[in-house]
Write a protein that binds this ligand. Structure first.
Ligand code: F6R
Length: 242
């Protein structure tokens, strides 16, 4: 595991966007695995900036996102599809046909999971997967207890996850009860993985990731079995390790 400790959120974002740019320069038709959430927003911002400065070309690139809520239309303002368009895709010259996100509005959820795993296997697996981490060690929507053998699957969101996300919806009833997520095994198929963490809120999770053994009760620990993992953390997220 490589560990890069950045001074703050901005430096963390710059370090991860540099690694992504290097990947695209080396392989213009690379496949990137992408995440939503607050942590990668700075990375997307940096990538948009360097695109505008002419330092990256996304024409031949494909992207595969980690997860999506069940029941939300891709146009819904809280869907992860909308998030990706708003924060990244609309600003770069990527061909939208090459951006893959699970389709949460389907009636055939099991079929959608199988279709998505096939996308991972045929379009991907990603050359580089970007991940955030939950305070309880979740990656994607893989909560503690998820099998390390899991592929794309449906998750019933816990009350605490729904409550944490309720602020983005008009009422608690509007918060989806299920999501589709790449499984742990799906994530591990990537050639390279970058995990980002920023802020004191993530310090316990980063401590456990670095010092703990792989354990299904802490999903991110599965990444310790990957041979090309880079953690990019800021000093606040790293503070318990020192
Ligand atoms: C997002 C995702 C989640 C987040 C995690 C951290 O696609 O899969 O696992 O990475 O919940 O979220 P933030 O970055 O908001 O702290």
């Amino acid at each position: 595991m490589n560990i890069i400790v950045a001074k703050d959120y901005k430096e963390m974002s710059q370090a991860s966007s540099r690694m992504i740019e290097e990947q695209i320069t080396k392989k213009p038709d690379a496949v990137l695995g992408l995440a939503t959430g607050g942590t990668p927003l700075g990375t997307y911002k940096e990538l948009v900036r360097s695109y505008k400065e002419g330092r990256a070309d996304y024409r031949f690139l494909s992207t595969i996102n980690l997860d999506e809520y069940v029941g939300l239309d891709p146009e819904h303002h809280q869907s992860y599809c909308y998030f990706m368009n708003q924060n990244f895709f609309q600003f770069i010259n990527i061909d939208k046909k090459n951006t893959y996100i699970p389709y949460g509005k389907t009636e055939g959820l099991e079929q959608e999971c199988r279709r998505y795993e096939e996308v991972i296997d045929t379009v991907g697996p990603p050359d580089l997967q970007l991940l955030g981490i939950g305070e309880n060690g979740h990656i994607g929507f893989n909560e503690p207890g998820t099998s390390f053998d899991s592929e794309t699957h449906i998750v019933h969101l816990t009350d605490s996850t729904r409550e944490a996300n309720a602020r983005f919806f008009e009422s608690m009833e509007d918060v989806p009860t299920k999501a589709i997520t790449m499984g742990i095994r799906s994530i591990m198929k990537s050639q390279k993985i970058i995990l980002l963490a920023s802020g004191e809120r993530k310090a316990d999770a980063i401590y456990q990731l670095i010092h703990g053994e792989p354990d299904e009760q802490f999903p991110a620990s599965s990444l310790k079995n990957h041979d090309d993992l880079t953690l990019i953390v800021d000093e606040d997220a790293y503070k318990k390790v020192q």
